[in-house]
Design a protein. Structure first.
Length: 405
């Protein structure tokens, strides 16, 4: 273009995404389109991803506003199994609450709750086989709880008083690992599949896209779950692309089957995971599932969501609370009541309290500071300690000596 013509063009500008509601704003979800429960079709297990484009833009729902299970995705789970699922969701919430308070009491340095997202791990775990390999992010403690893992063991990991290979803080690293496991399982002629979880913001990471490429090319038997809980630590999902499309639509470009699911509907989560698992076991290929949910509380104990979002968002979220919705369904079908629910809440609270007492007897954060010399923070990373760590260690030693510590 000629220089003179370019001078007449308006200046370029960037679009910076903005959330609909900020602190102090009144929240109005009148334009929120959640679709009708039971309206989304259920494709055949071997459906061509090209025919499923609409499933990345709609929302798979089973429970209607009255708590009735409707439509082709209804998994028709026995009431006893649903009650067990409800109990594990309640236990996860009680576990979170107890460890949140423990962090505030200085017993551990950091914790991340999954309040409002319990169905995305509990219901998914119920739909998978026990020996399927799960690659979680940092908000899927429900996977272990659904598999009846020891609460004491889980708490000891949080208190860092026992050895445990913890979840990586580098986002989406578990995605290529899950795809690699799935490929290895297929190469060996095994029957186990893999499932991975990440947040919606992590879909912007290179590891996410590498995983999708390998999963698509080799038709790896893997389920790639994206937990769209609307918010990162201080930025909303628009910065990861939510203004322009859905996260389930990431699947379309890779030729992967994509589903967008109500993440606060335990029956829908179960049904979608079951469908994806059957598809993987039939050697048809991977599935990417976006679970549309909401992070009800802070990103972590280091976060204060009142600084960046409206306090009304949580209480007015159109898809409700996953525990309350499953409870409503069970009461509707005559398998549950308020009295049993109250008794369950009391029991899981006592169970968590007893586990905490046992775990804390093995050591908490303050004990670790007394038992382990500060110098150990510079060790066990490199085979030979580099110069800058030796220098920092000497500086710390000198400062502590000056302070009389």
């Amino acid at each position: 273009m000629a220089e003179g013509a370019r001078r007449n063009l308006p200046p370029l500008s960037l679009h910076v995404p903005e959330p609909k509601f900020r602190p102090g704003d009144a929240v109005d979800y009148a334009d929120f389109d959640r679709g009708e429960a039971g309206a989304v079709t259920r494709p055949a297990i071997d459906a061509d991803p090209a025919t499923m484009r609409g499933h990345s833009y709609s929302l798979v729902r089973v429970l209607d506003d009255e708590g009735k299970a409707v439509g082709p995705w209804d998994p028709r789970i026995e009431p006893e199994r649903l009650v067990a699922m409800l109990r594990h969701m309640a236990l996860t919430r009680a576990y979170d609450d107890r460890l949140y308070r423990a962090q505030r009491q200085g017993k551990t340095s950091f914790y991340m709750k999954c309040t409002g997202e319990e169905a995305t791990s509990i219901a998914a775990a119920y739909a998978l086989d026990r020996d399927d390999m799960c690659f979680p992010s940092y908000r899927q403690q429900g996977l272990l709880i659904a598999r009846n893992w020891s609460l004491v063991d889980m708490m000891c990991q949080v208190y860092s008083n026992r050895g445990f290979f913890s979840i990586s803080g580098n986002l989406a690293t578990q995605y290529p690992q899950a795809v690699g496991f799935a490929m290895a399982s297929a190469a060996r002629g095994d029957t186990r599949i893999a499932a991975a979880w990440c947040g919606e913001g992590s879909t912007a990471e290179g590891d996410f896209h590498s995983a999708c490429t390998f999963a698509s090319v080799y038709r790896a038997p893997v389920i790639l779950n994206v937990i769209n809980n609307q918010w990162a630590i201080s930025s909303f999902s628009g910065f990861a692309g939510a203004e322009n499309t859905t996260f389930a639509a990431r699947a379309i470009g890779y030729g992967i089957a994509g589903l967008r699911v109500d993440g606060n509907d335990a029956l829908a989560v179960y049904a979608a995971t079951e469908w994806a698992a059957e598809r993987a076991r039939a050697n048809v290929g991977p599935t990417l599932i976006e679970f549309f949910t909401y992070r009800a509380e802070g990103h972590s104990t280091s976060d204060d969501p009142t600084k960046y979002r409206s306090a009304e968002e949580n209480v007015k979220w159109p898809l409700g609370d996953p525990i309350a919705r499953l409870k409503q369904h069970l009461i509707l079908i005559g398998a549950w009541d308020e009295e049993r629910h109250a008794a369950m809440d009391k029991h899981v609270a006592e169970q968590v309290r007893a586990a905490q007492k046992e775990a804390e007897a093995q050591g908490i954060l303050a004990d670790g500071l007394l038992q382990h010399p500060f110098e150990t923070m510079f060790e066990d990373v490199f085979e030979e300690q580099p110069w800058h760590l030796r220098e920092q260690s000497r500086q710390m030693h000198d400062e502590r000596k000056k302070a009389g510590i």
